[in-house]
Each structure stands twice: as structure tokens, then as C-alpha cells.
Design a protein around this ligand. Structure first.
Ligand code: CP
Length: 313
């Protein structure tokens, strides 16, 4: 389905936002159109007070710049309130059950919870016991808000999503997983170039293939050929130990000017950040004219607002 032929209703069927794999293409489009609307309003100083009298719990298990600040600012702009709860300052860190935590947050009048860096199995338990929307702010398997926001950014920059090609180079991690599901649901081709041992899980690749064209290869040139977007992420994710062997295996998957030259002449470069210049991406690329990484980061704000507006009742 072509997003530009879709008529938004500004509502979704989803009750939670856990993985893009759970969303229909229509719901993906609803998130993107709602983010577009919030961004347009923000640019002229208008912010709909859709979270008035609502409080969102931000339950974070690791450090964050973009996710935390974009949620805190987004909630303020929508006239809501939030409680920032570092996991290690809650009883969860001392073994309290997820059931007890999830039930209690709802009883206190919390309207939604954003879970950052919880194992996917624990996120499922929150959903099982929670009567309020649960939003995955990153997990081992996926980073759905990042990728919804990225699709919005591609749509803004390229004017369409239909029939574009995104090449992801590097570690087949949670961002790669969400890109596979996100691209395939909006009719974008995706090619992932990564070394053996660091490929996205077969189940996710097969699921993506049900909706669109997904290529997994160890050949960077094959992945990048004809790409409209070249995307990478850090080699070592936040909860991983620093792994020199992994870095060595991924070293040749760096996005350099030579790699960008293999893509279409008007290809853009994306990175969800934080970035390590000289490791997964050359400074000339991320700081060069084809880079749209700050637009990506900016759009996290508008996508987070869209997600809360669509999910919080
Ligand atoms: N991309 C992303 O999730 O950034 P933070 O780790 O800063 O939240």
C-alpha cells in the first residue's frame, strides 16, 4: 500500500506498541501521519493538550539521551506529566515481580508506561498484567519507535516510501530487526549486509519476507546497490560487553564514502545514534551532505507524541 494514497483516521487498532511486527500497515501509516501532524503543529507553536491530566511512567533500564529527552519534552508539549523511574531505583531491581509492578502502576492512575531496555519476555509480562498501554522504548529484539520515526523521516525527505530501497550495514541487532519489519510493511525493499554470526534472527527475516522484499547478505556492494537510504548502528549495543572479536568481524562493514558511492547518487545516510565516528561510520559520511541523522533524532519527539496520543485513552 502507498502511504500517499492512504487516508488517515488518526486512530489505531493496537493497544500497545511492542514490536512493528504486531502492527498492521494501516496502523504504521496512522503513526506516521499523526507524527507529521504533531510536527506541523509544533513548527507553528501549537501543541494539542491531548495528555492533560495524564501521567506517563518512564521506566528505564539503561541510559538514554534521545528516548528520554524526546519523551519528557513531548509529554510536556502535550500538557501531560511523567514520572521518570530508573529501574535500579525501583523494587524491580530487588526482585519485585513484574505483575505487582504493572498492576500497581495502573492503580495509581498512570496512563501509559514506556519500558526501556527490558528483556522481551518481561515486556510480555507487563502487557499481561497491565490495564494501561505499554510502549517498548527499546528491547533486545526491537526498537519500534526509533524505526517508526525513521520511516517518517524517509517519507519527509523522499516524499514517498513505496518502492524505495533501504540498505542496512553492520550488526543485525534490534534496530535491524525493526527496520526489516517496518520497511516490509510499508512496501520498501530492505537489504541487510552483515557478517555470519551477526545476522538478524531467521524468524524475523521470514516474517518480513511475508510482506516485502528482504535480502540478507554478507556483500556490502550487493546490499547498497540501488539504495535510496544507507543505514547503520553501533557495533556494540548498550547492554553488550565491549567485544573486541565482534568489532573485528564487523570492521569491514563500516559505512565510508566508498560505500555511499555504491548507492544511488541522491542516497541519504541514517544512524539512530549514538554514533562512533571511525567505527561503524566514517566522519565524512555522518557529518557530510547526505546525512540526515539530526532530522532522525528530531523526529523521535514527534513520533513519541504520536504514539502517546494514539494509545493513551
Ligand atoms: N536512538 C536512541 O534510542 O537513542 P538513546 O539511546 O539516546 O535513547
Amino acid at each position: 500500500m502507498d502511504i500517499n494514497k492512504y487516508s488517515p483516521k488518526f486512530k489505531v487498532n493496537a493497544k500497545h506498541l511492542l514490536h512493528i511486527a504486531d502492527l498492521s500497515a494501516e496502523d504504521v501509516f496512522e503513526f506516521l501521519y499523526t507524527a507529521k501532524l504533531f510536527k506541523k503543529k509544533f513548527k507553528v507553536g501549537e501543541n494539542a493538550p491531548v495528555l492533560r491530566d495524564k501521567t506517563v511512567a518512564l521506566l528505564f533500564g539503561n541510559v538514554s539521551t534521545r528516548t528520554r529527552v524526546s519523551f519528557e519534552m513531548g509529554i510536556r508539549q502535550l500538557k501531560g506529566d511523567y514520572i521518570f523511574l530508573p529501574k535500579n531505583e525501583t523494587q524491580l531491581s530487588r526482585g519485585e515481580s513484574i505483575k505487582d509492578t504493572a498492576v500497581m502502576l495502573g492503580r495509581y492512575g498512570i496512563s501509559a508506561m514506556v519500558l526501556r531496555a527490558f528483556p522481551d519476555e518481561e515486556i510480555k509480562q507487563f502487557v499481561q498484567w497491565s490495564e494501561i498501554p505499554v510502549i517498548n522504548g527499546i528491547s533486545d529484539l526491537s526498537h519500534p519507535l526509533q524505526v517508526l520515526s525513521d520511516l517518517f523521516t524517509v517519507w519527509e525527505v523522499k516524499g514517498r516510501l513505496d518502492d524505495l530501497k533501504l540498505a542496512y550495514i553492520g550488526d543485525g541487532n534490534n534496530v535491524a530487526n525493526s527496520l526489516i519489519m517496518g520497511c516490509s510493511k510499508v512496501n520498501m525493499d530492505i537489504a541487510v549486509a552483515c557478517p555470519h554470526g551477526y545476522r538478524p534472527p531467521r524468524t524475523i527475516v521470514e516474517r518480513g519476507m511475508q510482506y516485502g522484499n528482504v535480502l540478507i547478505t554478507d556483500d556490502i556492494a550487493e546490499a547498497v546497490h540501488g539504495a535510496d537510504v544507507v543505514y547503520t548502528d553501533v557495533f556494540i549495543s548498550m547492554n553488550d560487553e565491549d567485544d573486541e572479536s565482534k568489532k573485528r568481524k564487523l570492521a569491514r562493514y563500516r559505512v565510508t564514502p566508498e560505500v555511499m558511492a555504491l548507492a544511488k547518487p541522491d542516497a541519504v545516510f541514517m544512524h539512530c545514534m549514538p554514533a562512533h565516528r571511525g567505527e561503524e561510520v566514517a566522519a565524512e559520511v555522518i557529518d557530510g551532505p547526505s546525512s540526515i541523522v539530526y532530522d532522525q533524532a528530531e523526529n523521535r519527539l514527534h513520533m513519541n507524541k504520536a504514539a502517546l496520543a494514539l494509545l493513551v485513552k
